[in-house]
Write a protein that binds this ligand. Structure first.
Ligand code: TYD
Ligand code: MG
Length: 453
């Protein structure tokens, strides 16, 4: 058969017949790489069709959904973000930067769950290395098989013979298939490997956890281009220096997305943190200036954490602005709002912002806590440690309502907070017990209530 050359975009995975400087689909520059393809009959659409299903349209009511049985992985947090266990025949992608703990987590699952027979395929580490790690992690290794292999056809044929309850493949970048003529880790290899695994999972009903590396920019061929192939995408994140790791579901065909679980990396692997709020809020009794607690919501779970800010006079000509775990552009916008709408002279100040525990937040409700932490540091006035905040800040300095205020208030009350500041425009159903709800309309009103009240 004649060889064909195509160009793939490393960022979004789109395919083009010729080279271009810029990918028309995602707009990224210089991401097209050349790849040789040997066409093989019947393979092309492997990823897009679920095999073994009827070819004729059927009524929804006639389709049996009981095959979507879930298997518990005996790990509460992982089960929860999957939507109550892993679905039979599903392909779950776990993405994250190198060193974040993907291999650790995926080895801890079989070790903590000896009731399931598991096959752990490793293309990155030798069997001995995996064994050493397993010894360190502890747990019951009696029902877990390790297979060190990178040719996906061999993996599939072994897996068919063994017939495990769960298969883990570490990682998609190291696996390759003979049907595609390019190096492991290239776009076409990754796509084909994922398609082969998807077919295997659907045909056998064996759930597969697939690990994928992602770089800071997310641009190296990998998880990004797999997101539409797999059933579930879990993303592992965390600041490298911190010991907290966050597992987030960003796509889930069988449950809600933006669920979140917190883990702590310890000497014996990852420990589940069932109640993240208790770890992420301050230990100090007396309020320190420059800290404020945000009542944030991630997925369906409310939790509270501390925002820390340091404002100091700029030493050099231009003021520095730096944010860890928070969007710097958003910080700049909030500072501009404080300057223009509330009259605080921050232009000549350095502002540093940090989210406790290496958390990365994107809930707009954290705006109010960020502003309060900045002002508290600027005035050197502490905020009482039993106060917390949930509100988005608009460009004209108004405080806007946030989603599910009731749940945030309830969580704050449960953790012993005495006051929560929210937008005046929030409608709160029912009365919260043991917590005072303070409604503020804009930044000046917030400043008055907090620092001049
Ligand atoms: P790893 O799971 O190998 O990361 P990934 O597969 O995502 O690349 O995790 C590597 C890091 O985790 C490594 O820097 C050491 C740390 N670690 C611990 O702190 N404790 C442990 O028990 C283990 C196994 C790893
Ligand atoms: Mg690894």
């Amino acid at each position: 058969m004649k060889e064909k050359t195509v160009w793939f975009c490393n960022n979004c995975g789109n395919e083009y017949p010729k080279w271009m400087g810029r990918c028309p689909a995602c707009g990224e520059w210089n991401t097209l790489t050349e790849q040789k393809i040997t066409p093989s009959v019947g393979k092309a659409s492997a990823g897009s069709r679920v095999p073994g299903e009827g070819r004729k349209p059927r009524k929804l009511s006639e389709i049996d959904s009981s095959s979507e049985a879930r298997i518990s992985l005996n790990n509460e947090e992982v089960d929860r973000i999957l939507g109550g266990g892993i679905v039979r025949g599903s392909l779950v992608l776990v993405g994250g930067e190198p060193g974040i703990g993907k291999s650790t987590l995926s080895l801890q699952i079989p070790l903590g769950c000896p009731a399931l027979s598991t096959l752990y395929v490793t293309g990155e580490e030798s069997e001995r290395q995996v064994k050493m790690r397993a010894d360190r992690l502890g747990g019951d290794a009696s029902n877990c098989r390790i297979y060190s292999e990178t040719l996906i056809e061999n993996v599939i044929s072994e897996a068919r013979q063994i017939g495990p309850d769960l298969m883990i493949v570490d990682s998609v970048q190291t696996m390759y298939t003979e049907s595609v003529d390019s190096t492991p880790g290239s776009v076409s290899q990754i796509k084909e490997v994922a398609a082969v695994l998807l077919r295997f999972a659907k045909e056998t009903g064996i759930p597969v956890i697939l690990i994928g590396h992602i770089t800071k920019e997310g641009s190296i061929a990998g998880p990004k281009i797999l997101e539409h192939i797999v059933d579930v995408v879990l993303q592992f994140e965390g600041e490298n220096r911190g010991s907290y790791r966050i597992l987030r579901s960003i796509k889930n065909r069988f449950g809600s997305t933006s669920e979140l679980a917190v883990f702590e990396m310890t000497g014996k692997g990852l420990r589940q943190v069932a109640n993240p709020s208790e770890l992420l809020i301050p230990m100090h009794e007396e309020g320190l200036s420059g800290t404020a607690v945000a009542a944030m919501l991630d997925g369906t779970r409310p939790f509270l954490f501390e925002v820390q800010a340091l404002v100091s006079s700029a030493v050099y000509g231009t003021a520095q602005r730096s944010a860890t775990g928070f969007d710097t552009r958003r910080l700049n916008m909030l500072l501009a709002v404080l300057e223009r709408r509330a009259g605080f002279k921050l232009a000549q100040k350095d502002v540093f912002l940090n989210m406790a525990g290496g958390l990365r937040v994107n809930d707009p409700a954290c705006d109010m806590a960020v502003v309060c932490a900045v002002l508290s540091s600027n005035f050197d006035l502490p905020i009482p440690p039993d106060n917390c905040f949930a509100g988005e800040i608009g460009l004209s300095g108004e405080i806007r309502p946030v989603a599910q205020a009731d749940r945030r208030i309830a969580e704050a009350a449960r953790l012993g907070f005495k006051k929560i500041f929210i937008s005046s425009f929030t409608s709160v159903e029912g009365k919260a017990k043991g917590i005072e709800v303070v409604k503020v309309a804009d930044v000046p009103a917030l400043v008055k209530a907090l620092f001049q009240g």
